[in-house]
Design a protein around this ligand. Structure first.
Ligand SMILES: C[S@@+](CC[C@H](N)C(=O)[O-])C[C@H]1O[C@@H](n2cnc3c(N)ncnc32)[C@H](O)[C@@H]1O
Length: 307
């Protein structure tokens, strides 16, 4: 059976994802930030997948961006790795995974993917659902694509304390309306502030560290990643998208229950972070009941995102 067989769906609600598409088309083609060691560590932490899980598996990277984790899944022995993304990030993903024949990339919307139910052994979606207009619905769509016995792992932003949420909402109410070119320039200008915050907050001198924390609250979306180029990209990633929802553990666990998934696992508890500042997210995995038939899946991925 082809993984791209069309299927029927009932009355989809129209969703405006034009800003998502334009922001990520720009971001992932401008910043092709493959950092193999960090990507492997993040993949291991946030999916919990090992070579044993991936050997011979058909895998979906839902919202693959420029494809940094497609490469890791392929390296770890997956038989088919399919990456989908709403934006023209797929161009970067295709280029960056061209050395892996088992990787296929398609421009597609998670709300109307070109896959039949029960296609994938493993699905992961890292930092994606929270950039959609309806994360719960997007999750349920993904869960439907699991084979019996298949497993899904997701990472979404964590809801912050109310005061911080207010600051974030205020910043983003403005930033998500700004032209993307302006945001790229601002992200570049602010990148040194991210580096400064990082240094201040790590200071053993308490008032200095406190000043770092205060500066961080005021510039909350400015990334503190140790690599300056990643910092620019991550800052853009926070200010540019129209949607950036934050969630509680209970809310996300409910999505898993609603999808009928079992063996729900909190992946955030046993992670070794690649650098300080990683990991502030809700990161759960769960499995569809039943056992996988191991039926082979043929190739051929279409492009259904352009409406
Ligand atoms: C923060 S990026 C994460 C990319 C990748 N998972 C990673 O961690 O490198 C979010 C990605 O989700 C994609 N995305 C958002 N909404 C989507 C949708 N409805 N369908 C498919 N992809 C979507 C965006 O285009 C973007 O590339």
């Amino acid at each position: 059976m082809s993984p791209v067989e069309p299927f029927e769906r009932s009355k989809p609600r129209p969703l405006d994802q034009s800003r998502t598409r334009s922001a990520y088309s720009l971001q992932w083609n401008r910043f092709r930030i493959v950092r193999p060691e960090e990507d492997r560590a993040t993949f291991r932490n946030r999916t919990g997948l090992t070579e044993d899980d991936l050997r011979g598996a058909t895998v979906l990277d839902a919202g693959c961006g420029m494809g940094r984790y497609l490469r890791v899944a392929a390296e770890l022995g997956a038989e088919h790795v399919v990456g989908v993304d709403l934006s023209r990030a797929v161009e970067a993903a295709r280029d960056l995974s061209s050395e892996f024949p088992q990787v296929q990339v398609a421009q597609a919307d998670l709300f109307r993917t070109p896959f039949a139910s029960g296609t994938f052994d493993q699905i992961y979606s890292l930092g994606v659902l929270d950039h959609t207009p309806d994360p719960r619905r997007a999750f349920l769509e993904l869960a439907r694509l699991l084979k019996p016995g298949g497993r899904i792992a997701i990472w979404v932003y964590h809801r912050e304390r109310p005061a911080l949420e207010k600051i974030m909402n205020l910043h983003r109410a403005v930033s998500k309306r700004l032209p993307l070119g302006v945001l790229v320039a601002m992200s570049r200008i602010m990148a040194p502030v991210g580096g400064l915050k990082r240094k201040l907050m790590a200071s053993p001198i308490r008032p200095v560290a406190r000043f770092g924390v205060a500066l961080n609250v005021l510039t909350i979306g400015v990334s503190m990643h140790p690599d300056p180029e990643v910092r620019v990209c991550d800052t853009l990633d926070w200010y540019a998208p129209r949607y950036l929802s934050r969630h509680t553990f209970e809310e996300v666990a409910d999505w898993f229950s609603e999808a009928g998934l079992i063996e729900i696992e909190d992946l955030s508890t046993k992670q070794t972070h690649f650098h300080a500042g990683q990991g502030n997210g809700i990161n759960l995995a769960g499995r569809r009941q039943g056992s996988s038939s191991g039926a082979p899946v043929t190739s051929g991925v279409g492009d259904r995102s352009r409406q």
